[in-house]
Design a binder for this molecule. Structure first.
Ligand code: F6P
Length: 551
């Protein structure tokens, strides 16, 4: 795979000089100088509209960023990914989640074999299963229809389906309640189990590896709970698995006919398009799950075929690289102005930070530059009354992605006008700010004394010049959501390609998992603890001591 060191490319060096050249220019000044700026820095693709004009970048900046993408061989790396080459080079795996959402007639080759048949085989298994549940043909062991579905999984086996089920709850079937248990904290499982009738509950154990300790403990506890009501024979009616590990599924006691397969070329955080999306199909109906896949596929087509200069994921990625590596912004806030996108920031957090939270490049060297930013956020307008103060006047500059839809799916039009007005007002305020002179004039108009004005004006001044993107969807439909998720997946991928890192492994989460096993042993042991560092040892001793005394 061709790859240059990011910081050594000539475009990177030119960008370093260029950021200095425009350091005195504000975003507002760019709008004054360029009457066509909005048109020139916005585009439409796969039903989404992206406005990136409120970033502090010029046409020259964009040209240099596009040169950077070319020098980093973004197109070749993208094509290699779609062609099934092993771009996940530390695990020697292909990265083909895009094949999961492609139409049936589009072949996808992996090591010379067309994987289309396996993909559509599992999709068909999901469709049939979903329809059997919906029609009441598949029931619990006593003959009751299912009313509750509990997805037990974590990370990519939880965040994607949970986010989508919530985002599209407006079109969800009213006869099925969805529950998601991810945390190993027993409070999570306990709170869900208390609400359930075991006779009408279906458990989905979702784990690619079927070895993730958190999921397996939750799964075993759920099964134990179920077996307090029913015999082993009931398990096959009430437990299904989504996993690429058939042996572990059988060992758990789930029949292979109740296993939905997926493959090592689907990364956990890219897996909602696979059978990991089963809760989505169950909650919404299979046709809506298919529409979600189709929306993502439309974005894939655009990403694969649009020239870099008109390619939405590429431009979103390059704008992010500009803000991260040249404007030195350490985080991005995701502000979803749609209540149902509540879990979208969490989902993006895993997608971006697990993919690009790496400081070693493909040559095994330190990257020398920053990589993934911190991703955080919440729904608007809630965030405005919590952390937007920091965005407007904090000492750090944090770019914001505003995401909203033009048409709501409720009959409260005045709410939607207010929501949209707030969304647009925030990005405008972040860009324009308020000068000291404007603040002073306002205070004079309010009749304040010169001393009061001198005291207050600095606090009522907003620096402005704070960057943001705005993404508009017509309405939050399954296809628009599919396109939105795929947009961010490809954004993250393009950034990884530019930085020369592997966006598809996650070795960084291993160490903590290994240590947790050893600490768990020490916590329940009464032997002297000689295995841990001073702090861990001290904490373990305190916990052991306190657990001995009555509550
Ligand atoms: O936390 C690491 C991770 O491997 C994620 O990448 C993955 O989504 C999650 O754990 C769950 O893994 P599994 O589906 O194998 O249980």
């Amino acid at each position: 795979m061709p790859s240059n060191i990011f910081a050594n490319s000539s475009a990177f060096q030119h960008l370093l000089a260029h950021v200095n050249d425009i350091k005195e220019t504000t975003i507002s000044q760019l709008f004054e100088q360029e009457p066509e700026r909005f048109t020139q820095f916005s585009l439409e693709a796969a039903g989404l509209f992206l406005d990136y004009s409120k970033n502090r970048l010029t046409g020259t900046t964009r040209d240099l960023l596009l040169q950077l993408a070319e020098q980093q061989h973004v197109e070749q790396q993208r094509d290699a990914m779609f062609a099934g080459q092993k771009v996940n080079f530390t695990e020697q795996r292909a990265v083909l989640h895009t094949a999961l959402r492609a139409p049936k007639n589009q072949p996808h080759f992996l090591d010379g074999t067309d994987i289309n048949q396996q993909i559509h085989g599992v999709l068909e298994q999901m469709r049939v299963f979903t329809e059997q549940i919906h029609r009441g043909e598949k029931r619990g062991v006593t003959g009751l229809r299912f009313t509750d579905i509990v997805n037990i999984g974590i990370g990519g086996s939880d965040l994607g389906p949970k986010m989508v089920c919530h985002a599209l709850r407006n079109i969800a079937r009213p006869d099925l309640r969805m529950h998601f248990v991810s945390n190993v904290d027993g409070h999570a499982l306990d709170a869900v189990l208390r609400q359930l009738n075991p006779a009408s509950t279906l458990f989905i154990i979702a784990s690619k590896t079927f070895t993730t300790a958190d999921t397996m403990l939750n799964a075993h506890s759920a099964k134990r709970w179920f077996l307090t009501f029913f015999s082993d024979a009931g398990v096959s009616h009430h437990f299904v698995a989504v996993s690429s590990n058939p042996a572990a599924v059988s060992q758990f006691g789930i029949d292979q006919k109740n296993r939905f397969d997926f493959w090592d070329w689907v990364g956990g955080r890219y897996s909602l398009w696979s059978a990991i999306g089963l809760p989505i199909a169950l909650a919404l109906g299979f046709e809506h799950f298919r529409a979600l896949l189709d929306g993502a596929c439309a974005m894939d087509q655009h990403f694969q075929h649009a020239p870099l200069a008109q390619n939405m994921p590429v431009l979103l990625a390059l704008t992010g690289i500009w803000n991260r590596n040249f404007e030195e912004c350490g985080s991005i806030s995701i502000a979803t102005y749609h209540q149902d996108l509540l879990y979208f920031p969490n989902f993006l957090q895993q997608l971006d930070m697990e993919s690009n939270g790496k400081c070693v490049n493909r040559h095994g060297q330190a990257t020398q530059t920053a990589t993934a930013p911190v991703i955080w956020g919440d729904v608007g307008t809630n965030g405005q009354h919590a952390y937007f103060q920091f965005l407007h006047q904090g000492a750090d500059i944090t770019p914001v992605d505003f995401i909203t839809c033009i048409r709501p799916q409720h009959a409260l039009p005045e709410h939607h006008t207010t929501l949209l007005a707030n969304c647009l007002a925030q990005s405008k305020a972040l860009m324009l700010g308020k000068t000291a002179q404007q603040a002073e004039e306002e205070l004079q108009e309010q009749g304040l004394s010169p001393q009061q004005i001198a005291l207050l004006a600095p606090h009522r001044t907003f620096p402005g010049n704070r960057p943001s993107n705005t993404i508009l969807m017509d309405t939050l439909s399954p296809s628009a959501l599919g396109a939105l998720i795929a947009l961010y997946e490809h954004k993250v991928t393009v950034q990884g390609f530019c930085w020369g890192i592997n966006s598809f492994d996650q070795w960084g989460v291993e160490l903590g998992k290994v240590l947790a096993k050893s600490i768990a042993g020490t916590l329940i042991s009464s032997e002297p603890d000689n295995n841990h560092d001073g702090s861990t040892k001290g904490l373990i001793a305190r916990i052991r001591e306190r657990q001995k005394s009555p509550p």
